[in-house]
Ligand binder design. Structure first.
Ligand code: B4P
Length: 202
């Protein structure tokens, strides 16, 4: 099993790259952002609650995130894949701890956390551009986008130290073209797989 976390600020390309990696490595793609947006589109009261946080650039509270994710996992069979790519999850230390517990029970820990480095002006530019066509209400207001960056720095970036302590955190340049970033991610993943198989990788 190949379990990977794609990490980075909003708009760093996690979703874009996760879709390509999912196809290449036959992984299940778990994006909490996508799961939340699908719940919002169903116009349920739970979706309304999720939207109230997302529209303000805030994280969905952990307890609510766990509830939605648990229900999603109950409906999807994880056994039929070569592994899982986590995109936008975990975003807080309690989320990371819960994920570690869940994967420890399955004896399939995270192998590598790949962090896409992109400067703030570039991510704001990308998200505002996406906002023109995505219809996402959290994308089309620069103030909200900057608030999401602040939330990332305060609540999510501490995970870099959490996974560094586990010797799993790898940073790479997320500012090249989509294909360049993809090649770089694949190189890191191939290296991780080779190391886990006992190869002598320099
Ligand atoms: P997400 O859905 O995770 O979205 P994101 O951070 O905006 O995007 P991502 O990094 O995936 O960027 P993308 O590839 O699309 O989160 C949305 C919200 O949901 C959060 O703010 C939060 O409220 C909530 N949420 C989600 N998970 C949560 C959790 N676990 N706990 C609590 N709350 C949670 O790329 C962005 C744009 O850049 C695209 O238009 C793309 O085409 C472009 N792009 C990508 N790579 C590029 C490149 N190399 N060059 C140029 N453009 C590029």
């Amino acid at each position: 099993m190949l379990n990977i976390i794609l990490f980075g600020p909003p708009g760093s390309g996690k979703g874009t790259q996760a879709l390509k990696l999912k196809l290449k490595y036959a992984l299940i793609h778990i994006s909490t952002g996508d799961i939340f947006r699908s719940e919002i589109n169903s116009q349920s009261s739970l979706g309304e609650e999720l939207k109230s946080y997302m529209d303000h650039g805030q994280l969905v509270p952990d307890e609510l995130t766990f509830r939605v994710l648990k229900s999603y996992l109950g409906e999807n069979d994880l056994e039929k894949s070569q592994g899982i790519i986590f995109d936008g999850f975990p975003r807080t230390i309690p989320q990371a701890e819960a994920l570690d517990t869940f994967l420890a029970e399955r004896k399939e820990p995270i192998q590598v956390v790949l962090s896409l480095l992109v400067n703030e002006d570039e991510v704001v530019k990308r998200i505002v551009l996406r906002g023109k066509s995505s219809g996402r209400s959290d994308d089309n207001d620069e103030t909200i986008v900057r608030k999401r960056m602040q939330v990332y720095r305060d609540q999510t970036f501490p995970l870099a130290a959490y996974y560094t302590a586990q010797n799993k955190y790898v940073e790479l340049n997320g500012e090249g073209s989509i294909e360049e970033v993809f090649t770089s991610l694949c190189n890191h993943i191939n290296r991780t797989v080779a190391l886990s198989e006992g190869a002598d990788v320099i």
